[in-house]
Ligand binder design. Structure first.
Ligand SMILES: Cc1cc2nc3c(=O)[nH]c(=O)nc-3n(C[C@H](O)[C@H](O)[C@H](O)COP(=O)(O)OP(=O)(O)OC[C@H]3O[C@@H](n4cnc5c(N)ncnc54)[C@H](O)[C@@H]3O)c2cc1C
Length: 416
């Protein structure tokens, strides 16, 4: 047995949400154990875009020097092209927030949080440790059963268990919190290519009927490409052969055609993402709360998954601190109600917007394509365009003054 058996807060999952929450709580001197079933931070391709509010928040929490030391790529705009015509352009430099979204690999981001946390005495980390079940007494969650890397089963008691274990959350299932899972019409296949010199720092969505690709310049010198597939269409795509897949991508954007033929050599260079949204009415019960993808799963549109996960952690930190200070027992659902209400409202709004985009992108008849282009062109001309996008991607974000002060005083840990 290597993990502690008693803690104030047990966080299941060391993704962006769990890693940041663990660090912020440990800075406040709260005993926290983060358990992560993987043994390293390396993971399959994940969301690498940090929206502007998260960049601002992380700087406000003292992670600016580590981000600067690592390096990142700033995205200046997003452009949509449909059937060969530019239909919408949003210049991120025109938003009042005054900060640009950045691209940084997710393992590096998690590493930055982890490096800041490991020096803190109240922080513990269980690598290769998986959640298996909850400990529930008289209807109240009192801890969890974990399976450690060597196969040992350990029961950890905690005043709060946080389920930050992602889109297929086992904590959510064990807690009996039901998710309304809505599959989107399409799934996604992603891959990376070298980025040619002089490539604009703009996210691009290129659509032809119901086929589209996202082309995202990313750190350090790469392009991330996301290609939509019909739902459950991966096996059909594979049956048609790798060459046909590459030709399909090249036909959507001739600029990347030579890169695709040179650098995309097998299906192993791609990763698959099933697209669905999951929404829950109830995110907590006595002794337990869900955050990040576990509490609400978005689609990849406008790169909001990581952003909303980080904001969950930032908003929840002072709520947990207050609840723990207010008594000795488990943190109650009532104490978490304000947090759930605030974050659920925002995340539902993001999902509603994403569903509208997804719906528009899955149109294929000539009339539907014409109407879609006309709609985006009209939006492009309206001043409300900036207001609308601002509301989705730059939602107001606040940092508790205590966390800001602790971030200011935190030693600048810049090792990777
Ligand atoms: C393939 C892929 C591509 C994506 N692309 C984008 C994108 O382009 N843009 C975007 O914004 N978002 C994207 N996302 C979503 C984005 O990565 C998530 O929204 C974000 O990572 C959510 O953070 P999280 O901390 O809530 O969950 P996660 O990042 O999923 O982290 C959950 C962690 O919990 C761990 N875990 C799971 N089960 C257990 C268990 N039983 N015990 C212990 N640990 C456990 C996992 O190993 C993982 O490290 C993508 C996700 C995937 C999977």
């Amino acid at each position: 047995m290597t993990v502690t058996t008693e803690t104030d807060v047990l966080i299941v999952g060391g993704g962006p949400a769990g890693a940041l929450l663990g660090t912020l709580l440990a800075r406040r001197g709260i005993a926290v154990l983060v358990v992560e079933r993987q043994t390293t931070f390396d993971r399959e391709f994940r969301g690498e875009t940090l929206a502007a509010p998260s960049v601002d928040s992380l700087r406000g929490l003292g992670f600016g020097p580590a981000l600067d030391a690592h390096g990142f790529l700033e995205t200046e705009a997003v452009t949509m092209r449909m059937e060969g015509r530019d239909v919408l352009h949003v210049d991120y430099r025109r938003f009042p927030i005054g900060t640009l979204p950045i691209d940084i690999p997710q393992p590096s981001l998690i590493g930055i949080f982890h490096d800041a946390a490991t020096a803190l005495p109240s922080f513990s980390y269980g690598a290769g440790t998986a959640f298996t079940d909850l400990v529930v007494e008289d209807g109240v969650v009192r801890g969890a059963v974990l399976k450690e890397a060597d196969g040992t089963r350990t029961t950890v008691r905690a005043r709060l268990v946080v389920g930050a274990d992602g889109r297929f959350s086992k904590v959510r299932r064990a807690a009996g919190l039901e998710a309304d899972v809505q599959p989107m019409a399409r799934d996604f296949l992603s891959f990376k290519l070298p980025r040619p010199a002089g490539w604009k720092h703009e996210a691009e969505l290129i659509a032809d009927g119901e086929k589209h690709i996202m082309v995202l310049p990313t750190f350090p010198d790469l392009l991330r490409i996301g290609h939509n597939l019909p739902k459950k269409g991966l096996s059909q795509l594979k049956r048609a052969g790798f060459e046909s897949f590459r030709d399909g991508i090249a036909a959507l954007d001739e600029r990347i055609a030579p890169l695709v033929h040179e650098h995309l050599t097998s299906w192993d260079d791609t990763s698959f993402l099933e697209i669905f949204t999951a929404e829950l009415d109830r995110w907590s019960r006595d002794g337990l709360v869900l955050i990040g993808d576990a509490s609400h799963t978005c689609t990849p549109i406008l790169g909001q998954g990581v952003n909303v996960a980080l904001q969950d952690a930032i908003v929840l930190t002072p709520v947990i601190a207050r609840a723990l200070a207010d008594g000795q027992g488990p943190v109650t659902e009532r104490q978490l109600a304000g947090f759930v209400q605030q974050r659920r409202t925002h995340k539902r709004f993001v999902t509603k917007f994403q569903r509208m985009q997804e719906d528009a992108l899955s149109k294929n008849s000539p009339l539907q394509k014409l109407a879609r282009r006309a709609r985006y062109r009209l939006l492009d001309k309206l001043p409300v365009k900036y207001k609308m996008f601002d509301r989705v991607i730059n939602a107001p974000h606040e940092i508790d003054p205590v966390d800001r002060e602790l971030g200011r005083k935190a030693p600048a840990v810049v090792a990777g």
